[in-house]
Design a protein around this ligand. Sequence first.
Ligand code: HEM
Length: 458
Amino acid sequence: MKPFKSPQSLPLVQLINWIFRPLDFLEECASKYGDMFNLRLMGLPPFTVVSNPQGIEEILSVDAQKFDVGRTNNLAGSLLGDNSLVLLDGVTHRRQRKLMMPPFHGEKVKSYAQTICQITQQVAHRWQEKQTFVAQKAMQDITFETILHVVFGLSEGERYQQIKPSLIELLDLTGSPLKASVIFLPFLQQDLGEWSPWGKVVRRKCKIYELMQAEIDERRASPELSGNDVLTLMMSARDEAGEGLSDIELKDQMMTLLVAGHETTATALSWAFYWIHKIPEVKQKLLAELDGFADLDDPLAIARLPYLTAVCNETLRINPVVITAFMRLAKSPIEVMGYQFAPGTILTPTTYLTHYREDIYPEPKKFRPERFLERQYSPYEFLPFGGGNRRCIGYALALLEMKLVLATVLTRYDLTLASDRPVVPTRRGATIAPNNGVPLILQGKRDRKIQEQLSTIQ
Ligand code: HEM
């Protein structure tokens, strides 16, 4: 088989494109080189981008032993810590993942539903009538409070008040394409004092770790303070040799969950608010479904509503918050789409390009939730949360949160976009977020009873 073609531009040029205009760059490459091409970003090993569902299936469904993933994520170590789940491989990864999964699945996730609705109402209560607020910021408040509840069982107190601004400041330090460069260029990761870009990251991270250590120490001293949260579970876990996790392991996993579980969901929600208010028919259909639904006090029934589910899926398709799955480093020879790859090759399923394939999603640039009602997509055609043995552990929580936040806000408040200007997807650390955070205006409160009567008359 003929070797596939790839961009020949300098690695520095490719890196600049990847940081500053990742979506246009990927689209240009796909239109010139097709479903598979190699990228060479300065400072990183070359990797093969794959956007064909058959190829993605061949990568994500093979035996997990065939790939290492953690070592390709080493750049994240400076932010999340070297023991972070995302940096682990093999048996250690399997063991830690097993330990961390239960609070994010099945019945346990459902038990967070009431809390998510309450947190949403508390945050929305602060919005002023006829005033503008930024969706991204409001959603960060909601998703942060939710993840703190899930991970630490914290919802109030001094420690909670301190962790929140420190983490938001830390994430803001990588919150623009220019600032995000520090993650991709390890030589910029120099602590040159309190005011240097990396010095600020180091100090914010230290502060968060101090607060986490205080929480761990307090729970060790007074076990009755422990609750039904992830930290409690992880502190009590023991391996076959009876060994528990060290404090640094605990803190790195907590940091991973706080970072991975907060910004991603807030960004997905901001995109959802943007599209719902950009396209009047979408908002009308969604409100008709929500207003016509009798039991708004049953959050789990809300989460099953078909049009609401379709709106969330279409948001994650058209604006996948993370544009690729993690990179997979082949440990033995592997064949993908008829091509032979040697051990050491890095293969990367690309969510963004797959979600924009005309053959799977006709008119891919159009926001059309109906496509998810008309057809079922395979996990290799629709993959906002990646797949295989590294599939996002928070996907069920993130989807539940998206649906409940949208339902809680839209049934109670009448919002409009503050500006007609098109929103531009822009890099914010590892995510792609709306450039302006989506400013919204609260026009007024909605009276659900009147809306219900109207919907029965119509
Ligand atoms: C809309 C929200 C979210 C999106 C789009 C998202 C997306 C992703 C993606 C694409 C991956 C890589 C999967 C792969 O390569 O196969 C991932 C991994 C991960 N996510 Fe999420 N995520 C979201 C929310 C969350 C939440 C709420 C949490 C935690 C509570 C979380 C925790 C993690 C962790 C720990 C991993 C690493 C898994 C591993 O290495 O085994 N994410 N996520």
